[in-house]
Design a protein around this ligand. Sequence first.
Ligand code: AMP
Ligand code: MG
Length: 306
Amino acid sequence: MIVPASSDALHRAAHIIRHGGLVAFPTETVYGLGANALDAEAVRRIYDAKQRPFASPLIVHVTDTEMARSVTAEWPAVADRLAKRFWPGPLTLVIKKSEVVPDLVTAGLGTVGVRVPANPIATELIRQSGVPIAAPSANLFGQISPTTAEHVWAGLGDRVAMILDGGATKVGIESTVVALRNDGPVVLRPGMISQSELEEATHVRWEQELNVPEIRDADESPGQQARHYAPRTPLYVLEAGMARPNGRGRVLAMPRDRKKFAASLYAELHKADSEGLEWIAIEAPPDTGEWAGIADRLRRASKHEN
Ligand code: AMP
Ligand code: MG
């Protein structure tokens, strides 16, 4: 059921979370499918509803640094610096986990991904629930993330007790995920907070690597990885001079501004995917660090067998 995020709805949503149920809610990145992060049974319901393999860890959403520290076993100086600079915002910090966090949340890893979302509905829901909320994107595993309450309804329907409607999300693609390791920070998943912004905030050079849990995920469920973040209609990323595919398709007209591009990307893909086309195409974005998060999502969404 979609409900406007009124104070009464938030009150009921927090009650559902406290009692082990699922609530879909807006963040600034995409809509999340949330459950009490400290309750393994509740977290299991997220995996069931999404049909998501257990090997894929969830992000824990908190209201502030103090709550973040309650789910981590350490709080390195670099975490403090990043939290001060980018929270609330689309940055997930992967840090050694506290034992209060069930293994199901972290897919058995010794680390937990944590962030403070920049959306008042999300933070109010966490505050009223009184617990950190574990939430992956509110879509079936492998499909495009939802950026509106209607996208969540179309994908999950009655699998979720309540969908809090907060309108279209502002950032539009998932958070930048970084691991704070002893030998230096590493970008695990690029997003709209770019590597150079991270380097500027921490005064050190960062490594970048592919998202390790997702690679493992692919090994354990072959064929799934290729469909990650993907529409059902084959998507092509057109490099300059590349011919369009044959058949009835559409080249999506995307904004030139990277923030506007990210904010509209998934809505455009959801829409085009419902038009019964043989293909969808998007012109390749600029090959720069600022666009790395967008390029990453396009790469994943356009992986398909011919
Ligand atoms: P989603 O919430 O669907 O956007 O997916 C969560 C993302 O965060 C995935 O890409 C995970 O691999 C990543 N993530 C969450 N927790 C961890 C962790 N402990 N270690 C590494 N990556 C993580
Ligand atoms: Mg997802």
